[in-house]
Design a binder for this molecule. Structure first.
Ligand SMILES: O=C(O)CCC(=O)C(=O)O
Ligand SMILES: [Fe+2]
Length: 342
């Protein structure tokens, strides 16, 4: 279906909507102008973002404002954590947490139900002030972070990255709003206590015969509005699926981060913004690390199709649920296969 010719639709967003997304490249967007005083300049940037969101669902950002030092300290922390003896990591197992905080063992997660488990280890954290405690008022998703003992500087490095990525994420929401023909402030009251989950990820190199059911992370879409992903410069692993069924490599580009849309945005936008299927396979022969931060709206906010993404001929495609119900149900499904009683 291509509804771009729908005469009844006056929405600029719907006017650009194509369902056959046969991209071969992932665009690079320069965020230098994100806070430019001139609304015309911000509008031009939002137009580029709209194009990427409608046609690809993925883009790189450069001049994103996250300090290199913050990134490298978090990557070092991840390397130290995953090198710990297995028993120290297992002590923080994510299944012990009421709300998905802590360590995921190799094969502990299965993002694609057709697969045998994902060949990565992970460590998940949510919002926590550097000098305070975790937030405890998230209803459905409430849960304290868990931290490894005797790892000086680990918590600080992880939280510094978390807050820096959340700042970047907050600066993207006004651009997404503009891209959707909404006031720049539209998401402000929906992102008052950022529902952001950060993961440190470790992918061991995969050797031996190719097993399509055993991948670093199986084919999936992300659950929140968007993901900000740091990926290791020298290892190609991330791939993005286009409408021709071709896996397009999201090659690591030094100095950039990857931004990809998740299913919350697909729901807000009635699938006009694309939550594109992706996977990661590390056959490079060396270890790979990555750090996604998944940024959604507050957990009590309802995911409802925006007026600019609905027309008489294109009614809402999804039932309305809250962001918290939605993320929790997706996380439960992801971890169900490795659940054991603790
Ligand atoms: O590690 C990567 O490059 C991708 C990770 C990912 O897709 C995810 O955690 O949802
Ligand atoms: Fe993902």
């Amino acid at each position: 279906m291509d509804i771009s010719t729908n005469a009844k639709s006056r929405s600029l967003v719907l006017a650009g909507f194509r369902t056959a997304s046969t991209f071969e490249d992932i665009p690079i967007i320069n965020l230098e102008d994100a806070r430019n005083d001139d609304p015309v300049v911000r509008r031009a940037l939002a137009d580029q973002i709209r194009d990427a969101c409608i046609n690809v669902g993925f883009f790189y950002v450069k001049n994103h404002g996250m300090p290199e030092d913050t990134i490298s300290k978090a990557v070092d922390a991840a390397k130290r954590f995953f090198a710990l003896p297995q028993s120290r990591k297992t002590a923080l197992d994510i299944h012990r947490s009421p709300n998905f905080k802590g360590y995921t063992a190799l094969l502990g997660e299965n993002t694609n139900p057709e697969n045998r488990g994902d060949l990565h280890e992970g460590f998940d954290i949510g919002w926590e002030e550097l000098t305070g405690t975790s937030r405890t008022d998230d209803g459905l998703m409430t849960g304290e972070n868990v931290w490894p003992a005797d790892m000086p500087g680990f918590r600080e490095a992880a939280l510094e990255y978390y807050h820096s990525a959340v700042r970047l994420g907050r600066s993207l929401f006004p651009l997404f709003a503009l891209a959707l023909d909404l006031p720049e402030t539209f998401f402000d009251d929906k992102t008052t206590k950022p529902a952001a989950i950060m993961r440190l990820l470790y992918y061991p190199p995969q050797t031996g015969p190719v097993d399509d059911r055993l991948q670093g992370i199986g084919a999936h879409t992300d659950y929140e509005c968007f993901t900000i992903l740091w990926q290791q410069d020298d290892v190609q692993a991330l791939q993005v699926l286009n409408a021709n069924g071709k896996w397009v490599n999201a090659i690591p580009i030094p100095g950039t981060l990857v931004v990809n849309l998740g299913d919350q945005f697909a729901r807000w936008t009635n699938a006009v913004f694309r939550s594109t299927v992706h996977r990661a396979i590390n056959r490079s022969g060396v270890e790979r690390f990555s750090i996604p931060l998944f940024f959604g709206t507050d957990y009590d906010v309802k995911l409802e199709a925006l007026p600019s993404c609905v027309s008489e001929d294109y009614p809402p495609q999804y039932e309305v649920v809250t962001a918290g119900e939605y993320v929790k149900s997706r996380l439960e499904a992801t971890y169900a296969h490795s659940k054991v009683e603790h």
